[in-house]
Design a protein around this ligand. Structure first.
Ligand SMILES: Nc1ncnc2c1ncn2[C@@H]1O[C@H](COP(=O)(O)OP(=O)(O)OP(=O)(O)O)[C@@H](O)[C@H]1O
Length: 302
């Protein structure tokens, strides 16, 4: 019999997952899985729970939580040779990745997606020893995000927050970097760079309009040094996806991106702290099989 392990964060979002556990486990059993679950206890625990599920050779691992929990589960699976299929139940405050693959935030419907059994092979990003499934990035702006008390989780969700809270903007400072992407190089001062695997980032659904999560490429966005007025203008354009042709933006596809920095720079991965730069971003092509709605799987992959 196939076995499924549900890894859930009991503190995610509005904490509705706990009440729904019997329902989820029953749905999995009906779909032919022997199902069990693990409640995460704090930072890093979902990584260990995913590693254990790999060791025990589960066929399916389900991450239930926000982007933080999903990132940790992806980390625990992606580093292994044997990788169970991944299901997502989006019950977090922010679920950009679930939105990218169109998994609904309603638990019953997310269970339908898993139990219907349509899968899609998804690229995973790796930088140094960290993994991401949605987006990574760096720059002073992304460092400021950790100081935001409201804990809006993804970087650009926080950018939108900053744009509302204008008092943060004067703190935006450019950083000197050398970014090598495939055979090209950018050297100079930037406000931020983003390495996107999907086009769904904190409400900016057109930030990386041509991102394709299984083409083997990242969408790289570099925002060069700008003044405050230009920065706000470009952020406004980004809402409509009209930033990509701006002279201050480099927008391109790349498989391998190497970032060198003058000063130390923090890395943001799927909205969480992801270690320090310098680093090399590698695209692990079609590295994880993820359950998606039928119409998404049919579009390209079946
Ligand atoms: N039992 C727990 N108690 C407190 N924190 C936890 C627990 N389990 C996991 N966490 C932490 O919660 C973080 C955020 O989780 P996640 O992204 O799933 O939820 P979220 O609802 O989107 O986030 P948040 O409530 O922080 O806005 C995880 O990265 C993890 O480190």
């Amino acid at each position: 019999m196939k076995r499924a392990r549900l890894i859930y964060n009991p503190t995610s979002g509005r904490e509705q997952i706990k009440r729904q556990l019997p329902y989820i486990l029953e749905r999995l059993e009906k779909a032919g899985y022997e199902a069990s679950c693990h409640a995460t206890t704090g930072e890093g625990d979902a990584i260990n729970a995913a590693r254990t599920a790999v060791k025990r050779k589960y066929e399916l691992v389900i991450a239930a939580g926000g982007d933080g929990t999903i990132n940790e589960v992806v980390h625990g699976l992606a580093e292994q040779e044997y990788r169970p299929n991944l299901g997502i139940i989006p019950v977090g405050t922010t679920n950009d990745f679930a939105r990218a693959i169109e998994v609904p935030r309603i638990i019953e419907k997310a269970c339908d997606v898993i139990c219907d059994g349509h899968q899609m092979p998804i690229d995973i990003g790796k930088v140094n020893e960290h993994y991401f499934i949605n987006i990574a990035g760096g720059g002073k702006l992304t460092e400021l995000t950790y100081e935001v008390p409201s804990k809006l989780k993804t970087m650009l969700g926080q950018l939108a927050y900053y744009l509302k809270g204008m008092e943060m903007l004067p703190f935006l400072k450019p950083t000197n970097v050398r970014i090598q992407y495939d055979k090209e190089v950018f050297e100079g001062e930037i406000m931020l760079f983003l390495v996107a695997n999907t086009n769904s980032v904190g409400g900016f659904e057109k930030l990386a309009p041509s991102a394709d999560m299984s083409d083997g490429f990242f969408d790289l966005i570099i925002l060069k040094k700008t003044n405050l007025a230009e920065f706000i203008r470009i952020a406004t354009l980004a809402v409509r996806g009209e930033h990509i042709n701006d002279k201050n933006i480099i927008y391109t596809k790349a498989r391998r991106i190497n970032v060198e920095v003058d000063e130390k720079m923090q890395l943001n991965m799927d909205g969480e702290y992801g270690g320090m730069l310098p680093g090399e971003f590698l695209n692990l092509h079609r590295h994880l099989n993820v359950f998606v709605p039928e119409h998404i799987a049919k579009k390209k992959y079946e």
